[in-house]
Each structure stands twice: as structure tokens, then as C-alpha cells.
Design a protein around this ligand. Structure first.
Ligand SMILES: Nc1ncnc2c1ncn2[C@@H]1O[C@H](COP(=O)(O)OP(=O)(O)OP(=O)(O)O)[C@@H](O)[C@H]1O
Length: 249
């Protein structure tokens, strides 16, 4: 059974559709890139799957069922810019929040939960920052803490919204290693990604989105210049053979 199946999904803000008739399914245990221009509806798609915003119509199935947050099947790494980093909490507590579905709200985390949270911080190279207030971390360090929180959730499917934005090369490498580790564990990871140069290196499968599903499938067959043209229209700039980027002007 596919971990995520979307059929004819339409989502609207104030009656204006931003996703229209979107359909795709993703295979289990793969790294999947969600690719499309600004405003294409990528974040909206993730929020609709997680039930954070309502859908106007269509079907969203997680392992064949309607998603229920209590099932603890889906982990989420939001866009860094959408988080209140001034909230007075330290890195370890943020990671422990990832365990709450397992611990139960209002209960104290056990020693095992604390150890697991520290282990997740270690995996992203942040164990020595466990007591640091999150407002006092750099952008890349904040991103790593959020990835550690997602790891602590021990989900089967992860949605990550632009985890590579604003991070340095070392953090980018750390994130890629983490994605590959999750894949090795059989997890399915969907990542909103903007850097077209690295899509072929990072993802097994892509979903090209621009209000509709333009194309989806294995990266090799789907991430083609023709499909990119269909996704980005006139915004594509060609650097040289096989290298393409989005012209933001
Ligand atoms: N809360 C909201 N109310 C009204 N319109 C919204 C809201 N959130 C997003 N939109 C609009 O919906 C469209 C899709 O937005 P969304 O954030 O899903 O795009 P995106 O593909 O994630 O973009 P980006 O790459 O810039 O992050 C945009 O036109 C945006 O302006």
C-alpha cells in the first residue's frame, strides 16, 4: 500500500483555489522532491495532508486511511520562517516535543525519552547545544534542531518544507545524510525543494507542482527539461547542458 495517495485534491483560500485537482501517489521508502515555483501550492499541499487547513474536495489517504494525527505516522518539519524562534525554550525541549505523541501531553518525559531526544540531537550534530535557548541558535542550527524533533517523532512518513533554505554547505550535507538514513530505515520522506541543481542527486522520485500536478514519477524519467518548462513556464534559465535554474526576476 502506498504511504500517500492524493486524488483530485482541491484547496482554496477565501474561495480562491490554490491547488486544483491534484493527484499523485508516492512509493514507500523513497526520498521524494516536491518541486515548483513560488506560490505553486507546495506548502499548502503539505498543510492539507496534515489536516492543518481544510480541503475543498478530493481524497487524501495515508496508508489507505484518512489521516489522524493520533496515529503518529506523519512527521513534519515546517518552514523555518513560520516558527516563532523567540519562544522561550531550549533545543532539548523542542526535540522532546516530538515525543509528545508518544509520551502523552502533561506527562513527564521518561529517562528513555530524554536519551532518545539527546540521541536525535547527536544525529544532527547538536548535542552540545541541548540547553541553548532556540532564539540563540543560528539559522542552520535551528533547522537541525527541527530535524532532530522530526526524528524523535519516529514517524513512517516525513514532510519537510524547504529544509535546505538558508543553511550552509555543512548543514546541507548533514540534512542529506539524515534523509538517506531515514530512507535506509524504510521511511518515506517528502521534501519541498527549490534548488533544481541538486534534485537529481537528492531525490528518487519527484512531484512537479504548479497549482496542478504537472508530472510525477521517478526522478530520472520525470525531472526533464520539458516537464520543467511546463512547471516553471518562462522562468527557467539555462546555464549549460543539463544545468538549469529558476530565474527569480
Ligand atoms: N493563509 C493564506 N491565505 C490566503 N492565501 C494564501 C494563504 N497561504 C498561502 N496563500 C496563497 O496560496 C498560494 C500558494 O501558497 P503556498 O505557500 O502553498 O505556495 P508555495 O509553493 O509553498 O510557495 P513558496 O515556494 O513561495 O514557499 C499563494 O498564491 C499564496 O499567496
Amino acid at each position: 500500500m502506498n504511504p500517500v495517495e492524493i486524488k483530485n485534491l482541491t484547496v482554496a483560500y477565501q474561495k480562491k483555489p490554490v491547488l486544483s485537482d491534484v493527484s499523485f501517489e508516492v512509493p514507500e521508502g523513497k526520498l521524494i522532491g516536491i518541486i515548483g515555483p513560488n506560490g505553486a501550492g507546495k506548502s499548502t499541499l503539505i498543510k492539507a495532508v496534515l489536516g492543518l487547513i481544510p480541503k475543498a474536495s478530493g481524497e487524501i489517504k495515508i496508508f489507505g486511511k484518512n489521516y489522524n494525527a493520533k496515529d503518529k505516522v506523519v512527521g513534519y518539519v515546517p518552514q523555518r520562517g513560520s516558527v516563532d524562534w523567540d519562544f522561550p525554550t531550549n533545543a532539548l525541549d523542542v526535540v522532546l516535543m516530538g515525543r509528545y505523541g508518544h509520551i502523552g501531553w502533561f506527562k513527564r518525559p521518561s529517562k528513555k525519552d530524554m536519551e532518545l531526544a539527546m540521541e536525535c540531537l547527536r544525529k544532527v550534530g547538536m548535542e552540545s547545544y541541548s540547553n541553548r535557548q532556540i532564539s540563540q541558535l543560528s539559522g542552520g542550527q535551528q533547522q537541525r534542531v527541527f530535524l532532530a524533533r522530526a526524528l524523535a517523532q519516529d514517524a513512517k512518513i516525513y514532510f519537510m518544507d524547504e529544509p535546505f533554505v538558508g543553511v550552509d554547505a555543512a548543514t546541507e550535507r548533514a540534512i542529506v545524510d539524515l534523509l538517506n538514513e531515514l530512507k535506509k530505515q524504510g521511511k518515506t520522506v517528502l521534501v519541498v525543494h527549490h534548488d533544481l541543481q541538486t534534485v537529481k542527486d537528492y531525490f528518487d522520485h519527484v512531484i512537479l507542482l504548479n497549482m496542478r500536478t504537472i508530472a510525477e514519477g521517478p526522478t530520472e524519467d520525470t525531472f526533464t527539461i520539458e516537464n520543467l518548462h511546463r512547471t516553471y513556464g518562462g522562468k527557467l534559465a539555462f546555464l549549460e547542458k543539463d544545468r538549469v535554474m529558476v530565474n527569480q526576476k
